[in-house]
Design a protein around this ligand. Structure first.
Ligand code: CMP
Length: 143
């Protein structure tokens, strides 16, 4: 079953949006395979966002993601990587459609509420950065 890594960022946690976000993915029909409220170390932030290391906003990005607790999740389901990104909306909330998470709840690109893996390769890498195998639930095949 396809899996993706999703994370409610510090702004989303602080604004009490965890429940709203979890509810959207549950109602869509995806299954939660793992979740934890956690602090991200600078080292983990730099690994997670390694592909943006040369970008001018990298320092700001690392400072922000380590500024407070995040809610890290693994979700599973058919085409969950692409569909979750549709549900999140465009990275810059000014371009995000209404009824998407960023379209409904965010204004600025730095504080855009949620992160989601953009490919199968990123999903595998990000899941293994944040979760141990034994932290992920196994569901009965019949559900
Ligand atoms: P995310 O999907 O977590 O992946 C990389 C993040 O970089 C992105 O969401 C944005 O929050 C952030 N980002 C992208 N562009 C900028 C920018 N110009 N200034 C600050 N942060 C940015």
């Amino acid at each position: 079953m396809e899996k993706t890594f999703l994370m409610v960022k510090p702004d989303g946690v602080q604004r009490s949006l965890i429940g709203e976000i979890v509810s959207r993915f549950e109602k869509k029909g995806f299954r939660l395979a793992g979740a934890k409220l956690m602090a991200i170390s600078t080292e983990l932030a730099e690994q997670h966002y390694g592909e943006h290391k040369e970008r001018p906003f990298f320092g700001e990005l690392v400072d922000f993601i380590t500024s407070g607790p995040v809610f890290a999740m693994v979700w599973e389901g058919e085409n969950v990587i692409a569909v979750a990104r549709q549900m999140m909306g465009a990275t810059n909330p000014k371009d995000a459609a209404a009824a998407t998470i960023r379209g409904d709840f965010a204004v600025t690109v730095g504080k855009n509420i949620i992160h989601g893996s953009d490919s199968l390769e990123s999903a595998e890498r990000e899941i293994s950065l944040f979760f141990k195998e034994e932290e992920l639930a196994e569901y009965a095949k019949s559900i």
